[in-house]
Design a protein around this ligand. Sequence first.
Ligand code: DAH
Length: 366
Amino acid sequence: MSDHDQMAQEATARIAASEDLTALEALRVEYLGKHGSVSALLKTLGKMSPEERQEKAPAIQGLRQTVADALASRKAELEAAELEERLASETLDLTLPAGAGPKGSIHPVSQVMDELAEIFADLGFAVATGPEIEDDWYNFTALNMPESHPARAMHDTFYFPDPAPKGGKMLLRTHTSPVQIRTMMDKGAPVRIIAPGRVYRSDSDATHTPMFHQIEGLVIDRDIHLGHLKWTLETFLKAFFETEDIVLRLRPSYFPFTEPSVEVDVGFAIENGKRILGGSGDEPGHGWMELLGSGMVNRRVIEFAGLDPDEWQGFAFGVGVDRLAMLKYGMDDLRAFFDGDTRWLEHYGFSALSQPTLSAGVGERA
Ligand code: DAH
């Protein structure tokens, strides 16, 4: 047997017998490291005459390859064994109830949506939903915003390349209002729903995120008028903020899907630099804060949804859920809502065990 064969045999035997990755690494250095014995043999090739090199090179390079292969296969074996051992020792039973360790909590947005569902259920409203990837027709056209309507420009829309079944392109819904159309078309009249959910606009700063939450309200029935709208909003806001001291101001406004349209402001006082809801905004030291958009559903919208506007009327409103959460629970940066920071969630989150109820208080903290 040649010297090289003998060296290869000895090396492969030692490599196969190595007990762990540290021992294996020591062998790699011993043979193939900068000062290793196989490396030294490779270096001798440079000093040989071309004929001699042609004769000896295959054996030396073969030796290097054999050692390298043996190291690689033992490394794979040792790593597999190490993984086996870890899998056997570190068992995790996912069916166990959550005990020690970080506790989950209810995100303020979910909490507020639950509170709103509870309040509106008491007023006889059902919860409706619609898709977040929406057809241009439901998001705009049927809400009285045809292709060329300037109000479309106010919604910085994310479009998909895909054509929408009813014309235009598919998009990420820019508001929850398309659920109005879907509900009227699916269920007919009368209607009494709220529709909470995610909406999307290409906008981002401390008070705007590309995804945020709205809740839509829709009532369609016979002989519905603005008084019903005002009473409903007042009742909802008093229950939500858990105070009788809520003063609303209805300001004429414009939305393509309502006629007349009103923007609803709520009065607040400034105490220690903070805005506290309550009182008329016209009192000294007070102000008005814009809270939501609403109005009587435009006849055209009722027609688009396939109902007869001479028979059916109604009101609608749309309000930012994140904004309601910030006002009620005192956060000031919307972006933190979606960072997924567990410290923020621990501070602002709610216990999964305390469901909001009207009798116990919709905003009870655990
Ligand atoms: N969809 C409107 C928006 O996102 C909000 C809105 C205003 C909804 C008035 C309504 C409404 O239902 O009547 O800006």
